[in-house]
Design a protein around this ligand. Structure first.
Ligand code: HH2
Length: 264
């Protein structure tokens, strides 16, 4: 899953894809590089980010989606009105970082459309979430949360086979919490759905590399995290650097499963 943030303020690609033409070109490039889907969002969720009104979110995404008709697109939004419009414009997956908690109408929009759904764990909300997050046991708490959200979505008519689960790397979590969630990914896979991991360029990576003030991670560090998640069973990787991740994961998959590709 390639990331296109149509925002001026995202933590790693803020501003780069804010103009529709740039966002469209980035999405097309990511698909050509091997992304299975491109996640388009118009509201930054970085720690401390300001909320964006639905009207502004729509103004940002509509011209981009209209140009990408027919391409596999995911819409990164917590607002039902934005998701509904994106689905009309061909989006196939709703990526709601609040796991259907922010907007009571969201679950109906997803259920009625028959779209895929990503349910992500977040502690708190973006403005406050990194203020000393604490858990008794982060892995079992995240797993219990996702299990409850999965049951909620299914009870409201979203087919379970269309749902993937996401531990929400960096959303109300310390570096140690993020590492534990990937290390014990089997606890999330036990819920029976594919797991999506979004470690790409997140600040924990930069901090693990020795900069306590880092606000983002490098591409190489992102790939390291993706490979570790892959080896523990993650099936979807939300990444900024599609080409590099596709190459790295292709080799990891060939080693894991064998590959019939013949080369000279
Ligand atoms: N991370 C971000 C945004 N959306 N969605 C899912 N399912 N999982 C994630 O880990 C995730 C997400 C934050 O990253 P990014 O989009 O690069 O930045 P911003 O939120 O500042 O736009």
């Amino acid at each position: 899953m390639g990331i296109v943030n149509v925002t001026p303020d995202s933590f790693s690609d803020g501003g780069v894809n804010f103009e529709p033409e740039a966002a469209i070109a980035s999405a097309r490039r990511m698909l050509a590089e091997g992304a299975a889907i491109v996640d388009i969002g118009a509201e930054s969720t970085r720690p401390g980010a300001d909320a964006v009104e639905a009207g502004e979110e729509l103004r940002r995404i509509e011209p981009v989606l209209a140009e990408l008709l027919g391409a596999p697109i995911s819409i990164d939004t917590s607002k039902a009105v934005v998701a509904r419009r994106a689905l009309e414009l061909g989006a196939e997956l709703v990526n709601d970082v609040t796991a259907l908690r922010a907007d009571p109408e969201m679950v109906e929009v997803v259920a009625e459309s028959g779209a895929y759904l990503c349910l992500m764990h977040m502690r708190g909300e973006p403005r406050m979430m990194q203020d000393e997050p604490r858990y008794e046991d982060v892995v079992s708490e995240v797993a219990a949360f996702l299990e409850e959200r999965l049951a909620f979505a299914a009870a409201h008519g979203v087919r379970e086979e269309l749902i993937c689960l996401d531990p929400g790397i960096g959303f109300g979590k310390t570096v140690e919490h993020n590492l534990a969630l990937v290390r014990q990914l089997d606890s999330l896979l036990a819920l029976g759905r594919p797991v999506l991991v979004g470690f790409s360029r997140k600040r924990s990576l930069g901090r693990l590399l020795g900069d306590p003030e880092a606000t983002r991670g490098t591409t190489a560090a992102s790939i390291g995290a993706a490979l570790a998640a892959y080896q523990r069973g993650a099936g979807i990787f939300r990444v900024h650097d599609v080409h590099e991740h596709v190459e790295a994961l292709t080799i990891a998959a060939a080693i894991e499963h064998g590959d019939a590709t013949e080369s000279a």
